[in-house]
Design a protein around this ligand. Structure first.
Ligand code: XIL
Length: 323
């Protein structure tokens, strides 16, 4: 491929990465790649409920504000992740005792406080994350649904829109590319929200995918999401090249080439969407050294466009060639 200055210089839509605030503060190479390559940024963990709102009466803005300042200094868009999720909740929420009015108040207060704090600084939010289970239904193991009923999702979007009418509001979930059941459940939910007039502007496709999933399935996930008319964000992209979690696996040239081809195909499909629907492609962290996948599978993994030394991989060239 032709050498390019950066992803952000050549992409006709935002290209982002999720960041670990500690690495952003302490590792020069990590910070360097972020400042030069990307035009959008997501907090890998720092804007989740437990991080921002550790006790009922305390908010901790330090890390999230650091990320927002960093983004402003480097002319990057901030995508907020995530206002409501069944996971990453602090103990005070999981153990919260109260009737449905008290739960409603808890949800509304959190969303309103967080979105208001970042109003004008966070351009878009994953308002609700992972509400659909593997059978394509609303997840039952979810305190929000348990205490607030199925329509908690509608109200979460309404509270977010009221706090920042200019923010773009997303529903974010995983598995559109590997499960037709999940995809149908997710698209049905999103279409129902739209038909009820809920202020939703986009679908986030997490896209924690792998060498096992065909390019056609990935394309189907992207084009069916776009068929709703909403914006599409490939929101947490990583491509596992060790899906069987083999402990002795190594990253061969053949694997690097196969990964490059997958990054390229995904980028081509995304680029082909109507420009107004392209919210962007965000990878889940920057370099293989820092991927959550290694902890998640306790196995060798190389799912990202930068290697352990923050050098561009063939996957990076795949993105560039797909643009
Ligand atoms: C993951 C982070 O990468 C980890 O550091 C953390 O320990 C757990 O959460 N789907 C999501 C993300 O929406 O928030 C998750 O991030 C990965 C799966």
């Amino acid at each position: 491929p032709l050498p390019v200055a950066s992803l952000r210089a050549v992409a006709p839509f935002p290209v982002g990465a999720a960041v670990n605030i500690n690495l952003l503060k302490t590792r020069a190479a990590y910070r360097q790649v972020m400042t030069t390559e990307y035009s959008s940024i997501t907090a890998e963990n720092a804007m989740k409920f437990g991080a921002l709102h550790p006790s009922a009466t305390t908010y901790n803005w330090t890390d999230a504000d650091y990320l927002v300042d960093f983004a402003q200094q480097n002319n990057m868009r901030v995508h907020g992740h995530t206002l409501l999720w069944y996971n990453s909740l602090p103990g005070w929420v999981t153990n919260f005792q109260g009737d449905s009015m008290a739960w409603e108040n808890l949800m509304r207060t959190h969303i309103t406080t967080v979105v208001t704090h970042f109003r004008g600084k966070v351009a878009s939010w994953d308002v609700v994350n992972e509400a659909i289970d593997d059978a394509g239904n609303l997840r039952t193991a979810n305190v929000w649904r348990q205490h607030l009923g199925d329509r908690y999702i509608d109200r979460a979007f309404q509270y977010a829109a009221a706090a920042d009418p200019a923010a773009l509001l997303f529903y974010n979930d995983y598995g559109n590319e590997y499960s037709t059941t999940r995809r149908t459940g997710i698209l049905n939910l999103v279409n129902a929200l739209k038909s009820r007039g809920v202020p939703i502007h986009g679908i986030g496709l997490q896209m924690h995918t792998s060498s096992n999933i065909s390019d056609a399935r990935i394309a189907e996930a992207i084009t069916t999401a776009a068929a709703t008319g909403l914006k599409v964000h490939v929101a947490e992209l990583d491509i596992s090249m060790n899906p069987n979690r083999t402990a002795t696996a190594t990253f061969t040239e053949a694997l690097a080439a196969a990964q490059k081809a997958k990054y390229k195909a995904l980028t081509q499909t995304f680029k082909a969407l109507p420009p107004a629907q392209r919210h962007g492609i965000t990878t889940w962290n920057v370099a293989d050294a820092d991927t959550w996948k290694r902890t998640d599978c306790s196995c060798p993994e190389w799912p990202l466009p930068f290697d352990d030394n923050y050098q561009r991989k063939p996957a990076y060239d795949g993105i560039v060639e797909g643009l």
